[in-house]
Design a protein around this ligand. Sequence first.
Ligand code: BGC
Length: 456
Amino acid sequence: MDVPQLIISNENLKDAIAKHLSSLVIDQEKLTRLRAVFEDEVEKGIESGLSNSSIQMENTYITELLDGSETGDYLALDLGGTNFRVILVRLLAGRIQKEIIDYYSVAESLRLGPGADLFLFLAECIQHFCNKNSVSAETEISLGFTFSFPMVQHALDVGVLVNWTKSFNCPGVIGEDAVKLLNDSLAKLGLKHIKVVAILNDTTGTLVAGVHDYPDCGIGLILGTGTNGAYLENISRIKRWESGSREGVSSVIVDPEWGAFGDNGTIDFIKTDWDRELDGESLLPASFTYEKYFAGRYLGELTRLVLKSVFTPELLGDCPPGILQKESIETKDVSDISQDILNDGREKTGELLTKLGSSNKDAVSVLQYIVELLVERASILVGVPMASFLDRMDRPSTTIAVTGSLYKYHPSLKSKLECKIGRMTDKPFKFGLSDDGSGKGAGLVAAIAKRIVQRN
Ligand code: BGC
């Protein structure tokens, strides 16, 4: 990890703070160990899923990408964050001709309330969308459902929720098939012409949408509220297969769910007291702990916890009231601070500290140092799965289709990632932004799924 410079004139204080924060550094030895554990967990996950690994490595049953034959209108849903999207994708010969997107905000009461209410709300949004955009109720229309949570997939259109992540925790859904819950709600509203043909993860959608824009795309990466990255796995390595024929199939998209990497304690050697504190205070403790090291939902709060710990009598003195307040630093503040670091400036960092009630003269440098350590660590933690998948796929070139608020709005994460991945693998790669990939991808997957089902 490239360790940043801490600029404080008092040498003793500088050394004491650097020492206090040193557990955030992932040195070469830890990195080598982390990569080995990741690859071991990947193998075990492929073999037997969560029963023997923290990385699920779920088979998505998506065995084909676009072949140019996809034509017609498809519906797509995208649920995973505080916004739910309904999309109509019009395809002609595998190319997107037109897209209509509507956004519906998912209130906290729905994100934390009974699952039945959430799924009824989704169906109502679809009904509203279809009425508003004159989607005919006379003709059957295929729908792809992006449901960005860990699922066990028994088929293309069966996804049983393993657990909630991010800001969702609706009782009554874990262990249930999300497609069935959606179908039940659609039926309640009389929307029988809508046929859910595939359920997928946002990373899968991003990968398929990525192929639409970059033919050599092989990975779909999400760096947003949560994090995960799907990739194309060689079919010969797939052990768990329950539905449809695998004859003539050469690869399949795998959804690793690496946000849960280390939930079984295998990488506790990188875990700091701040990571433990953040996890303990989170909505779903002890679950998806890899995600909690850096994803957008957590990075701001993690920064606050680390900063708070530096305000002790031995280091920066009394803690200002704003820094004691939960979630007073947001992930977008982290992006602003990184922008200051890039500009060699102090403006935004200073404004934030003033807002939080700090006037300590060294606080700007310390906060910038903390942010740089956390973003460096994030780039390594994302780099490990990316480099491992690039090595596994062993292709002459790969575009990593990527989206998510953390990636899009952080000013230096992309270049740090390029640098770290480049040091971890010699396989050529580049990033390709796939804005809206998870929604678009659901429409494309619906078209592909329809084709696969017709053939089987
Ligand atoms: C979910 C994944 C998803 C990722 C990015 C995680 O919390 O478990 O399914 O791909 O967030 O949205």
